[in-house]
Design a protein around this ligand. Structure first.
Ligand code: GLU
Length: 300
């Protein structure tokens, strides 16, 4: 039988979910694994089209939409497939895996934007590319400039499409994963909802791929030590970089900045509309604004 506290939590979740209808500024993060065919690692145009369509419709409902998209490196690898094969057979003296990845990202970012622009254009939306690194938010002047650019773009009804500037970001100043990057964007923008589209359903008490007894947690009121512990030891998907612990760190940034966050499975992209309609999808982490929130405390 359900306990009183379980019923109370469920009722609180139902009421809280209803308030998501009123969210005005929404950041949506999509990972590489949601944009690729798992069998071939090549771009899934059908899903990219569906994503553009869902986001365009939310935009037409009057919401500010910001898309944080991975996939630059993967798209670059696809374009450079034969060149990379040749390089493997005849390696250029001094070439390094990091440089190769950055070259792929440079090619792939342009390709990715071309694809997004094509699909968003079909739905009558204007998009913009914003590339950033960790420095962009830790340096006050760059952060101010970033925030002004976003504000201006949103005022012009543009959908900014954000990624890490992978072709210049080196280990010392890259964020490394787009879960945290999207939470930083949400914090800079004062967004009220961050949705992480993922290849997992949400938060479990343990990694469900390893532990069949792991329980799903649909609603997190407060991100305490017990919750953070649940991300330990989880690994990311084969194509993306973010496992559950990076998603929970992103959750800390988002919720402490005053933004709700949802982790949800991207297998059906109309889940975005269902979330905004108040349906129970994925794990919802409630905003828990820290009085003197300073993004720099979370990015160093
Ligand atoms: N910025 C990387 C890319 O576009 C992806 C980072 C991530 O997977 O989170 O390829």
């Amino acid at each position: 039988m359900e306990t009183i506290s379980a019923i109370e939590t469920r009722d609180r979740e139902t009421a809280y979910r209803q308030t998501l209808k009123d969210r005005k500024r929404i950041v949506v993060k999509v990972g590489s694994s949601s944009l690729l065919h798992p069998e071939t690692g090549r771009l899934d145009y059908h899903r990219i089209d569906l994503l553009a369509r869902e986001l365009s419709d939310l935009k037409n409902q009057g919401k500010d939409i910001i898309l944080v998209s991975s996939g630059a490196t993967a798209a670059g690898r696809e374009v450079l497939r034969s060149a990379l094969g040749n390089l493997r057979e005849h390696p250029v003296h001094g070439s390094r895996p990091m440089a190769e990845k950055q070259a792929c990202a440079a090619v792939g970012q342009a390709r990715l934007m071309m694809i997004y622009q094509k699909f968003f254009d079909d739905y009558n939306q204007t998009t913009a590319q914003v590339l950033m690194t960790r420095d962009t938010v830790s340096d006050p002047l760059s952060k101010y400039n970033l925030s002004s650019t976003f504000t201006e773009l949103l005022a012009m009804d543009v959908i900014p499409i954000v990624n890490e500037n992978d072709s210049v970001a080196t280990f010392e100043f890259s964020v490394g994963d787009n879960d945290n990057l999207s939470a930083m964007v949400a914090a800079v923008l004062g967004a009220d909802l961050l949705i992480l589209l993922s290849d997992i359903d949400g938060l479990y008490t343990d990694d469900p791929r390893k532990n069949p007894d792991a329980r799903f947690i649909p609603f997190v009121d407060k991100m305490d030590g017990d919750i953070l512990q649940m991300g330990k030891g989880s690994t990311g998907s084969s194509s993306g970089t973010g496992g559950m612990s990076t998603k929970l760190h992103a959750g800390l940034i988002a919720t402490r900045s005053g933004c709700d966050m949802i982790i949800v499975n991207a297998s059906r992209l109309n889940v975005l509309h269902e979330i905004i309609e108040g349906e129970k999808r994925g794990t919802l982490f409630c905003a828990d604004r820290e009085e003197d929130f300073d993004l720099r405390d979370y990015v160093e």
